[in-house]
Design a protein around this ligand. Structure first.
Ligand SMILES: O=c1[nH]c(=O)c2[nH]c(=O)[nH]c2[nH]1
Length: 325
């Protein structure tokens, strides 16, 4: 190595981030829409592009963006974020022999059919939608073609972020360490609010042959899943994870964010046998009772606390990963 290069390139990965795409699938007069934010990165024999300014090994990030749109246009998987991500990753590796790994993250934004009321019942509109929550479904896939393009394997993670929840009772925080640094009061009842960030990992899967030959099979190909909530049925897992998170949050008599988080994770592992690890990141979004004693009003005794101020910062942050035994 030349004296002017004291370092070696030990890691190199590149691609396009923040590719925004809305796809409409028309089924007669019923339409389906999905909106995604996509990040697609690749690794492979690309070192010389960094070390020798050799762009002959570079698939332009602009082309990676175009491939993302092309798969959005042609993939039979486009309505399913996990399979869509797998399709982009697999396509990149199949098309470019010198690329060996692809990393595709997809965020799905919420668009839900507008429910129309009439004749005492609600009907979902066939082509009008509304944003019914700021939470995003997340998908991260890593497809590894290093053992050969006919033996590709994938590591898939699902999850969600920005699911904002609050409960006004059913949450206590007591019996924590008390010493000279403690100012927090023990409370049998408090507000509990968090913005749920969840990620869960499935076991490794082989990419079926149909995925690779995308252009030949695009029209005909449908993939059957091996079981409810597996990688190929990850939408089920995502709905289940959201439902469990909300159910446990609502019904748990919480002794702490830690204890509620752990119950959520165990419930998800119990209900989806294909998920192996679950990671929650739960900020504790504090709401503080306003002290009105100076005007002779009790708003601090837990049973009297009715007026709160949200505390933007600092925030608690409770995280944990629970792994299947
Ligand atoms: O559920 C909680 N866990 C903590 O670790 C903690 N720390 C704190 O100040 N409040 C809370 N609440």
């Amino acid at each position: 190595m030349s004296a002017t290069e004291p370092g070696t390139l030990s890691h190199a990965r590149y691609g396009k981030d923040l590719v925004r795409v809305l796809r409409v699938v028309r089924e007669g007069s019923t339409h389906h829409v999905v909106e995604y934010n996509v990040k697609a990165l690749v690794e492979g024999d690309i070192a010389t592009s960094y070390t020798k300014a050799d762009n002959s090994v570079v698939v332009a990030t602009d082309s990676i963006k175009n491939i993302t749109y092309y798969i959005a246009k042609t993939s039979p998987h486009v309505l399913h974020p996990t399979r869509f991500a797998l399709h982009i990753a697999t396509f990149l590796l199949s098309k470019y022999p010198h690329l060996h790994k692809a990393f595709v993250d997809v965020e799905r934004l919420r668009w839900t059919r507008i429910p129309l009321s009439g004749q005492g019942q609600s009907t979902p509109h066939p082509h009008s939608f509304y944003r019914d929550g700021d939470d995003k479904q997340t998908v991260s896939v890593e497809v590894d073609g290093t053992k050969g393009k006919d033996k590709m394997v994938a590591h898939v993670r699902g999850g969600m972020r920005d699911l904002l929840v609050l409960k006004s009772t059913g949450s206590a925080f007591r019996d924590f360490v008390r010493d000279e640094f403690t100012t927090l009061l023990e409370v049998p009842d408090r507000i509990f609010s968090t913005s749920v960030d969840l990620e869960y990992a499935f076991g490794e899967v082989r990419i079926p042959a149909e995925y690779k030959d995308s252009e030949k099979t695009l029209k005909s190909f449908t993939l059957s899943s091996a079981g409810k909530g597996d990688v190929w049925d990850a939408d089920f897992a995502a709905d289940l994870a959201r439902k469990i998170t909300l159910d446990v949050f609502a019904t748990d008599e919480s002794e702490s964010v830690q204890a509620t988080l752990y119950k959520m994770a165990q419930t998800l592992l119990n209900e989806d046998q294909y998920i192996n690890t679950v990671t929650y990141k739960l900020p504790n979004k504090h709401y503080v009772p306003v002290d009105m004693r100076y005007i002779g009003v009790d708003n601090v005794t837990p049973t009297e606390a009715e007026v709160f101020t949200p505390l933007a910062a600092p925030s608690g942050l409770i995280t944990a990963t629970v792994t299947r035994k």
